[in-house]
Design a binder for this molecule. Structure first.
Ligand code: AMP
Length: 424
């Protein structure tokens, strides 16, 4: 009798249904935010992961399924989704116009010690938003992560947030960490002694008890943020507060992979049955150039489906067909417009927030993202409380502005969406 490989489960019956339920629900959230699916190969050249995730990470140094194929090339079963997606976006030349928004779902492989919620083959659903470096986008991704869990009935979780700052910040912080940890070198684990020379920040990921104790007294990155990184992080926190998303700052959250910069976040289950990480992600500044792409930044996250399966109940999938664009006229209206955007998303309305470029570029972006209705918020609109609406079915309809009270926006849009769905 053959059994499945240790740490790799067969999925059938109610587990298979749960998987489908989670996938369809979270995919609908992604669609509402304007993400489309990307499927990349399970197998990539080993370099794809080694160069992006980093040699000294646990994932690369201990957990990858790597082998030589019959042609003698080193191949690796993907241990995570981001590296392959970015490799694909660059190699498929999808970097002509930004933003680029993809979500993925599928098997990942890590040679780890199997236990409850930890497997050698597991599934992740993940999101990548490339080409818009802004705290709004980071918060948008945190919103998606949080709403994804809500959509499958999970409410008991904490969102932990940290910043890894920009390159200059990380250089200064690394120096401080090396100075501090060198004083404790003798007591560090063998792995961490090595990391102290090669990649000191990775020591903060260590699960070794002694390392964890030493790291708990280490300097905090918050004291090493340069002005730009500090402002960036403060804006992320302010936006989270204004969106009423509960979060905790955790200065030692470095997320186990080398490619993060600025915002990093992790979602931790807090319910009775299970209290491990459900998902996490963050911003990456240097990932596209590693694959030969343009020097643009991205932000993403992934959620582990098996962990969700441990705690959810079954349900039905749904779909939102008509997209709306919320467009601030000038930068000074961004905050107001972002709040309106958040409120519409909360009402279940598939909305894009478009804040890059001048008004005409924003309208073009809205068009390209498939928006049917644009909500325009300039100084006059905010002062009067009345939004300008453009129906984007044709240039003719778009040229005739409508006015709708901002307080009745959600009701107006819902009615409009229902009318359109009915007439489909
Ligand atoms: P990571 O890429 O390590 O941040 O993982 C993101 C999410 O994937 C985690 O929060 C888990 O939910 C899930 N995950 C990671 N490793 C495993 C594993 N070995 N087995 C099951 N789920 C995992």
């Amino acid at each position: 009798m053959f059994r499945s490989v240790r740490g790799m489960k067969d999925l059938y019956g109610s587990d298979a249904e749960k998987y489908h339920f989670i996938f369809t629900r979270i995919k609908s959230i992604g669609e509402r935010y304007g993400f489309s699916m990307i499927h990349t190969p399970l197998l990539e050249n080993t370099d794809v992961f080694q160069r992006s995730i980093g040699d000294e990470t646990d994932v690369v140094s201990k957990e990858m399924y790597t082998f030589l194929d019959k042609g003698g090339e080193s191949m690796t079963l993907r241990p995570e989704g981001t590296a392959g997606v970015i490799r694909a976006i660059v190699s498929e030349n999808l970097t002509q116009r930004f933003p680029v928004k993809y979500m993925y779902c599928g098997e990942m492989f890590r040679y780890d010690r199997p236990q409850k919620g930890r497997f050698r083959q597991f599934r992740q659903i993940g999101f990548e938003y490339i080409g818009d470096k802004s705290p709004y986008t980071d918060v948008m991704l945190i919103m998606i992560a949080s709403e994804s869990l809500h959509s499958i009935g999970i409410f008991d979780f904490n969102i932990m947030v940290n910043t890894l700052g920009d390159e200059e910040t990380r250089e200064n912080y690394t120096k401080a960490i090396v100075k501090y940890l060198s004083r404790h070198e003798e007591s560090l684990s063998d792995d961490s002694k090595l990391r102290l020379k090669k990649n000191p920040l990775r020591i903060l990921d260590s699960k070794d008890k002694q390392d964890v104790d030493i790291c708990s007294m280490a300097p905090s990155i918050l004291d090493y943020l340069n002005k730009e990184s500090r402002q960036y992080f403060e804006k992320v926190c302010t936006l989270l507060e204004s969106c009423k998303i509960k979060y905790e700052i955790n200065n030692f959250l470095v997320r186990g992979l080398d490619y993060y910069s600025h915002t990093a976040f992790e979602i931790q289950a807090t319910g009775a049955g299970y209290r491990e990480a459900l998902g996490g992600g963050g911003r990456y500044d240097k990932l596209l150039p590693i694959f030969g792409g343009p020097d643009v930044s991205g932000v993403g996250f992934a959620i582990g489906i098996e962990r969700l399966m441990l705690i959810i109940k079954n349900g039905m999938a749904f779909r939102e067909p008509v997209r709306i664009a919320v467009i601030p006229v000038n930068e000074s209206e961004n905050d107001f417009a972002f709040k309106v955007y958040r409120e519409l998303q909360e009402c279940g309305i598939g909305t894009d927030f478009i804040q890059t470029g001048n008004l005409s570029k924003k309208m073009k972006t809205a068009d390209r993202l498939g928006s049917k209705i644009a909500v325009i918020l300039g100084e006059t609109e905010i002062e009067s409380g009345i939004a300008t609406i453009k129906i984007m079915d044709s240039p003719e309809t778009a040229s005739k502005n409508k006015s709708v009270s901002i307080s009745k926006l959600a009701a107006f849009l819902k009615w409009n969406i229902e009318e359109r769905t009915r007439s489909c």
